[in-house]
Design a protein around this ligand. Structure first.
Ligand code: IPM
Ligand code: MG
Length: 381
């Protein structure tokens, strides 16, 4: 049986990096002997353009994705669509409904910086001599993003706007289980981030985290307030293993993690629903970096985030672990060989500047060399 995926390239650099990622996926399928059945669909600004601004998320895209094992997503948004009504803008009108529709409550965002790339990080290099490797587990379908009431009205002659941060205990339990399991597969340390000194949702979060912790005695958990977590991340990123937090805090902290990693062009992400009986997840996989309209169409974007999104998809949704490991190794080998797209290039000795296609081609060549028996995942795990 082939694995079925939908490919949603979207806008900006999405289509150009997706192209390379699909080459890598095809090469991995051939090498590791599995089949992929894939179809490409419209999303974001590309969908708005094709539907005369009717929707950034056509029904047909949803219907095709419902039949698939996973969604491989590029990126959406750009200046062209910024002045449309907020509800149909690519980000709000496509990303959030996709997450909600498919119940993708668990967002895994690795933020890692390889020792050979620490110079690209804005963190003082003496603080991270060995780089770092953090995984942010963000709750993605609850909290203030989706809570009601949400809106705007007139009170005593002045406009008032309101959002509601709400969490059910079961939602907190679900994401905590994902985070503890992720920690078990890594360094077995989990930091739960909340604002329990102020927010009722955070008090419930912390209580629940402590209860769930009892089921994972092999994992050490600590708690940080979100403001403190933001500080500790720039001061000692290498002391974290897995971070778990609610939707809005995770949005903010994962951007901070991406920034200190040195380049957004390196970071994939996975948004997962419930684990199925076969131990795999329906998921949506996308680069953390967004559509980067400023460099779109120039052929210089770093394809690595999209390629590592393929690897995460193989790992979590398709169960092709050996292929995922091989792709991670091929990316690492390419970085080790000194190739750098513009986002990573510093001109240091041993570096050579390459464009999107050259980077992708080098990764394909390394993938070809990786022995299928070579085991052990590199980050992101
Ligand atoms: C992200 C983005 C989205 C979010 C926006 C585009 C709705 O910032 O995926 O982090 O806030 O979740
Ligand atoms: Mg964000």
């Amino acid at each position: 049986m082939p694995h079925t995926i939908t490919v949603l390239p979207g806008d900006g650099i999405g289509p150009e990096v997706m192209d390379l990622a699909l080459h890598v996926l095809d090469a991995a399928a051939a090498k590791f002997d599995f089949q992929i059945s894939r179809s490409t669909h419209l999303v974001g600004g590309a969908a708005l353009d094709a539907t005369q601004n009717e929707t950034p998320l056509p029904q047909e895209t949803i219907a095709a994705s419902e039949q698939a094992d996973a969604i491989l997503f590029g990126s959406v948004g750009g200046p062209k669509w910024e002045n449309l009504p907020p509800d149909i803008q690519p980000e709000r009108g496509a990303l959030l409904p996709l997450r909600k529709h498919f119940g993708l409550f668990a967002n895994l965002r690795p933020g890692s910086c390889h020792p050979s790339l620490t110079h690209a990080s804005p963190v003082k290099n003496e603080l991270i001599p060995n780089g770092f490797d953090v995984l942010c587990v963000r709750e993605l379908t609850g909290g203030i993003y989706f809570g009601t009431p949400k809106g705007r009205e007139e009170r005593n002659g002045e406009p008032v706007a309101f959002d509601t941060m709400v969490y059910k205990k079961s939602e907190i339990e679900n994401i905590l289980h994902v985070a503890f399991k992720a920690a078990q597969g890594r360094d077995k340390r989990l930091t739960s981030v909340d604002k329990a000194n102020v927010l009722a949702t955070s008090v419930l979060w912390r209580e629940t985290a402590n209860e769930i912790a009892a089921q994972y005695p092999d994992v050490t958990m600590d708690h940080l307030y979100v403001d403190n977590a933001a500080m500790q991340l720039v001061k000692r990123p290498d002391s974290f293993d897995v971070i778990v937090t609610e939707n809005l805090f995770g949005d903010i902290l994962s951007d901070e993690m991406a920034m200190i990693s040195g380049s957004l062009g390196m970071l994939p992400s996975a948004s997962l629903g419930n684990m199925k009986d076969d131990g795999l997840y329906f998921g949506m996989y996308e680069p953390s970096g967004g559509s980067a309209p400023d460099i779109a169409g120039k052929g210089i974007a770093n394809p690595i985030a999209q390629i590592l999104s393929v690897s995460m998809m193989l790992r979590y949704s398709l169960g092709e672990t050996a292929a995922a490991d091989a792709i991670d190794h091929a990316v690492q080998a390419t970085i080790d060989s000194g190739l750098r797209t513009g986002d990573l290039f510093t001109g240091a000795e041993g570096e050579s500047k390459v464009n999107t296609i050259e980077m992708g081609t080098a990764i394909l060549a390394h993938l070809d060399k990786v022995s299928p028996s070579r085991q052990g995942p590199l980050s992101p795990r």
